[in-house]
Design a protein around this ligand. Structure first.
Ligand code: SAM
Length: 171
């Protein structure tokens, strides 16, 4: 059985236009919005939620609570995320380029990821209100289990530094 319908959400209007243009199926609905606020998606209405490399830019606690709300019992959440190595690599690039604004922002991302790892807390960057962090298994597991997920599993492809997690809403 194929997927009956799906919803895509992104704050960037260009991403929404791109998805609309690239999806000829007519089964997708694309909405401008944030993963932390899925109010236009009813409770227990989805069998699967995926967020491919958008979790690093979200308030993760708010997102996983929303993902849990919209999933039907037994439904699954898949996310891919940024490891500390990814952020350190980008900070190194900013340092080599001596790009002061980037150095400050990448340093914030590093500190924010450490706060998420140690305390389960994230903070917005004061100058533009953006939120960004790296994620660790420990921090993600705590957020997912805290939101009501179980069966949490992680995968890591070291060649591409690609990390992902899968979790299930209890029945
Ligand atoms: C690295 S891109 C990944 C795009 C796409 N998911 C992919 O895998 O090719 C990150 C995406 O996350 C989106 N994003 C940023 N903040 C977000 C939020 N709060 N909620 C949902 N998506 C967000 C960005 O606009 C961008 O489209």
């Amino acid at each position: 059985m194929g997927i009956a319908s799906y919803v895509g959400i992104d704050p960037d209007p260009e991403a929404i236009r791109f998805c609309e243009a690239m999806d000829p199926s007519g089964r997708g609905t694309y909405l401008q919005g944030f993963g932390e606020d899925l109010t236009r998606v009813p409770d227990r209405s989805c069998s699967f939620v995926m967020a491919r490399v958008s979790v690093p830019y979200m308030d993760i606690g708010a997102f996983v609570r929303e993902a849990h709300r919209v999933l039907e019992p037994g439904g699954q959440l898949w996310i891919s995320y940024h490891t500390p190595r990814h952020v350190v690599h980008h900070l190194g690039q900013s340092l080599r380029a001596r790009h002061v604004k980037d150095i400050v922002f990448r340093s914030y991302v590093l500190v924010n990821g450490a706060a998420f790892h140690l305390f389960g807390r994230q903070f917005r960057f004061p100058y533009n209100g953006r939120i960004e962090s790296f994620q660790t298994r420990r921090a993600l597991r705590r957020a997912l289990v805290g939101a009501g997920f179980g069966d949490v599993e992680f995968q890591y492809d070291s060649r591409r530094d690609l990390a992902s997690a899968m979790a299930r809403r209890a029945r």
